[in-house]
Design a protein around this ligand. Structure first.
Ligand code: MIC
Ligand code: SF4
Length: 638
């Protein structure tokens, strides 16, 4: 008797023991990349000498860096389009939509595996897929046909019971789970949704939940595929991709969480963490400056139809700026066709293109100390582009209702029509380009913004380095390698990007590293939570960071550190965190001993104390670290 997750995992495991906590190797059927992580992924694929991808399907999306102020973003797009055509990858052009929504609509298949260079890849779990976010290098490896290594996760059942009330939606379900589990509660777990409550949810609504499961730190989340999935696929004119997938009767889960949908109230994640949850009723009446509707979490058909239902015949409040970015061109087209778009424009919404946009700080930063309500998934410090802004993550219903009143408004307290026009079937793949038939004829275009991959040195046997920064708990990759309109254009230029590392924690961090010949990072719990961007390992590597000592790590970042040759240690005793200060001199003697024993002693020469730490690695990881990272390792073994 197996859970759904176990069925798919076990069918794709090529080595290892399929038991929670054991390392396994999984075959990934499909891959996806987006532009902000994709340039590195494809450069790594090329560096591995792979001519044609070996995966069943690989898709490259352009959706993050689309502002194009300057040549940099457009250079990246041209590189991505040409490299995709040459190596057997489908290419979705800027403006076509956000990778996760498009993948769900056009490519996701029940029972398959997907790896993507974006932490919200689990979105496709809405359709009974094991879809996992990873660093670009791991995605490049999957394109090269190599299996993906993960720790076999615990399977947590989330049983949904009852019916959602008027004004309450899928976003409130995942916010409730974040309230209970926290941003690190999902580490090492897959959340599998069951119960009669799932029949209340469309595929887009299921996708809101699997998408934001990333904020729990989970390996992934998934729903079974059923008649609702079938209807969704039929509207996408690909019902032939439907396979019914569900857990066996009597399957045993590692734990069960029950959520009573009928008792749920609308919620918000308050500044600056997706697990800082309050009921909207507690915030009601707070003045709002900006409302942003969109992102891969909440811009499917029903989401935007509910927004239209609430905005119908109304104008936005004088104090509010409302921006709407549909998740895909197909959805936008359906809304134009059925009049919802007219409602948006009449209400006074500012319409953005079908991309990530403000979610990743690409424009639409709120005013100083502004209150911004967003249907997105992350409200980390600084991510909106305005450090002093208060960002709240809410449902589309709460967002739309508040845009009209100008104050945080509980959508259960207002009347609007819950029923709307059924989703039409409309498909247009004209902005998804198939790979070239004659790949040898394709020339890969490298504009001046695209710099060669930085190469790391092999790991020295012993070294002494200064602590270059000491950080608290829950440091995100947005702290380590910030995004936003100013920095994102340099994702293909690591030298330039490294000058922004930790810019909101320690100004001129890169100069400190340069002065001391690199160094060591010390951090609290859940270091590196959030995105999959390998730049958060690559840029510190470029600055000479050799190790991170933390209380614990987030899953994807841990893998990225190892991939780029940075040793991840955890404190053997968490209290020892207090025994290291910024700029202390640390000595690492004979790190080659980690091959046989992950237990290690770091000598703090400044304080003359020895601190026991444990490397978060296995034998295979050690080989990568020793070589100075996965790319060196692959090259050395060719
Ligand atoms: C994000 O939501 O933080 C991003 C931007 O989509 C990242 C990827 C990136 O940094 O390019 C993610 O989620 O992995
Ligand atoms: Fe894009 Fe935001 Fe989704 Fe990341 S979370 S993929 S930036 S829409």
């Amino acid at each position: 008797m197996k859970t759904l997750a176990q069925k798919i995992l076990d069918a794709h495991t090529v080595s290892g023991i399929t038991q929670a906590g054991e390392p396994i190797e999984l075959i990934m059927d499909q891959t996806l990349t987006q532009d902000a992580t994709g340039t590195m992924a494809y450069m790594q694929l090329e560096a591995m000498g792979v001519d044609q991808v070996k995966s069943e399907l690989s898709v490259s999306y352009v959706d993050h860096n689309t502002l194009q102020s300057g040549y940099m973003n457009a250079d990246d797009h041209a590189y991505l389009q040409s490299v995709a055509a040459k190596h057997g990858v489908y290419f979705s052009k800027a403006g076509n939509g956000i990778c996760h929504q498009l993948h769900l609509e056009r490519f996701a298949k029940p029972g398959k595996t997907l790896i993507g260079s974006d932490s919200h890849t689990p979105t496709s779990g809405a359709m009974a897929m094991i879809a996992i976010g990873a660093g670009g290098l791991d995605v490049a490896k999957a394109m090269a046909g190599l299996p993906y290594r993960i720790t076999y996760p615990k399977i947590t059942e989330v049983r949904l019971q009852g019916k959602l009330a008027h004004g309450v939606s899928a976003k409130d379900i995942i916010l409730e789970l974040l309230r209970r589990e926290s941003v690190k509660g999902g580490v090492g777990k897959i959340y599998e949704y069951t119960g009669e409550g799932i029949k209340e949810l469309s595929v887009y609504q299921r996708a809101t939940i699997t998408n934001m499961g990333a904020e729990l730190g989970a390996t992934t989340s998934l729903f079974p595929s059923d008649e609702i999935t079938y209807e969704f696929l039929k509207r996408q004119q690909r019902e032939q991709d439907f396979v019914e997938m569900k857990a066996d009767e009597g399957a045993v889960y590692d734990e069960t969480i029950i959520i009573d949908l009928s008792a749920l109230k609308p919620k918000a994640a308050c500044p600056n963490s997706p697990d800082n949850i309050k009921n909207i009723a507690e915030l009601a009446g707070k003045k709002v400056d900006q409302v942003a509707i969109g992102s891969c979490t909440n811009s499917g058909y029903e989401d935007l139809m509910k927004v239209a239902a609430i905005l119908k015949g109304k104008k936005i409040a004088e104090n509010v700026s409302l921006v709407i970015s549909p998740g895909s061109r197909q959805v936008m087209r359906k809304l134009i066709q059925n009049g919802a778009f007219t409602v948006f424009v009449d209400a006074g919404a500012r319409i953005l293109e079908c991309t990530c946009g403000p979610c990743i700080g690409m424009g639409q930063s709120p005013k100083s100390e502004g209150v911004s309500l967003r249907t997105f998934n992350r409200n980390f410090y600084g991510r909106s582009g305005t450090l002093s802004a208060e960002v709240y993550l809410v449902s589309p219903e709460t967002a739309a209702a508040s845009a009209v009143t100008g104050y945080v408004c509980d959508p259960t307290t207002i009347e609007y029509e819950d029923q709307f026009a059924a989703e039409p079937s409309y498909v247009d793949d004209s902005m998804i380009y198939a790979p070239a038939e004659d790949p040898q004829e394709v020339e890969v275009i490298f504009g001046p913004n695209i710099k060669p991959l930085p190469i790391n040195d092999a790991l020295p046997e012993s070294f002494g380095k200064k602590v270059v920064i000491k950080l608290e708990d829950n440091i995100t990759t947005d702290h380590i390698a910030p995004a936003g309109a100013k920095v994102l254009p340099y994702r293909s230029n690591i030298e330039k990007l490294s000058t922004f590392v930790f810019e909101n924690n320690k100004k001129d961090f890169y100069k400190v590293c340069n002065e001391h010949g690199g160094g060591i990072i010390v951090a609290g719990e859940n270091y590196g939570q959030g995105s999959s961007r390998e730049h958060a390992a690559l840029a510190p590597m470029y600055l000479g960071v050799k190790a991170v000592i933390a209380k614990s790590f987030a899953r994807i970042h841990l893998a990225n550190l190892i991939n780029f040759g940075i040793i991840p240690f955890v404190f053997a005793n968490k209290e020892d965190y207090d025994k290291i200060d910024d700029l202390d001199d640390l000595v690492f003697e004979n790190v080659y001993g980690l091959k046989d024993d992950p237990n290690f002693i770091v000598y703090n020469a400044t304080k003359n104390i020895r601190i026991p730490v444990i490397a978060q690695i296995n034998n295979a990881d050690y080989a990568l670290l020793k070589a100075g990272g996965a790319l060196n390792f692959i090259r050395n073994s060719q």
